[in-house]
Design a protein. Sequence first.
Length: 326
Amino acid sequence: MGKSKEIRNVAIVGTGVIGASWAALYLARGLNVVATDPAPNAEANLRKYVDEAWKDLTVIGLSPNASRDNLKFTPDMKQALANADLVQENGPERKDFKIKLFADMDAATPPDSLIASSSSGLTMSVMQSATKHPERCVIGHPFNPPHVVPLVEVVAGEKTSPETVERALAFYASIGKKPIHVRKEVVGHVANRLQAALYREVVYLIEQGVLDVADSDIAVCWGPGLRWGLMGPNLLFHLGGGPGGIQHFMDQFTGPMTTWWKDLGTISEFSPAVKQTIIEGVTKEANGRTIQELERERDTMLLELLATRAKDDRETQAAHAGGRGD
């Protein structure tokens, strides 16, 4: 597999919400996209999604040669994969289905192409188990919606080559994503596990009557959530240590934190009662806004945050360059 081969032609397998969002992003980055999905009305739904996402992508910034005209669709997966440099797979999260799908994709793609999966839970070791070229298969798991949220989790399977991981990391970075290398396979990868850990405690606190659904959302989004959009927890705790930084934090505050850990909820399932409480609470919190309206509200604020982050990054880079005398 040629390490330096440029990725220009992308095949999207599965054009649901995640696949369609990936397609929009790749088109905005000037790539050629061939999408495939056997579902009825798949092409019409895909093109509608791309048209709607294009507004956000225009705000983020389009690459040279970006064009929705570079999108092709075929229900024939073999035809879609015939000239692919990269396959971005977005099929149903079913073990047997994924194993067969990966074997079929492996047989249909050029031998030097990458095959990446958006799978949020299944491991690559499972999915690549029936392929003849497992070394080129890798997890490339995005966060929803992929055309807006930069994170991509890159995870190798047992038979994935280090070169494939390097190529995937480099490619995703080249189109403006923020890829991370998850160095060991774990169920749910990393970001979903972090979400699940926080939400378990949210559900526990609601179940215990500590606060209601709306206040649990306020506690996150108007407290630590604001900071997490700017810096991760480790760097924030570095600031929390004051002039002594992370060393002082570790010396002074880890004792109380471990006490809190011991008191965290240990629930392992959603009771019917807490499910209903959350459903009723979310319905009240939405206050009549539709899913589409809430999505637009979310994406508008995400775009504003990303624009601020990009501006800050440019200013920081310029300041550092000035300090070096560049």
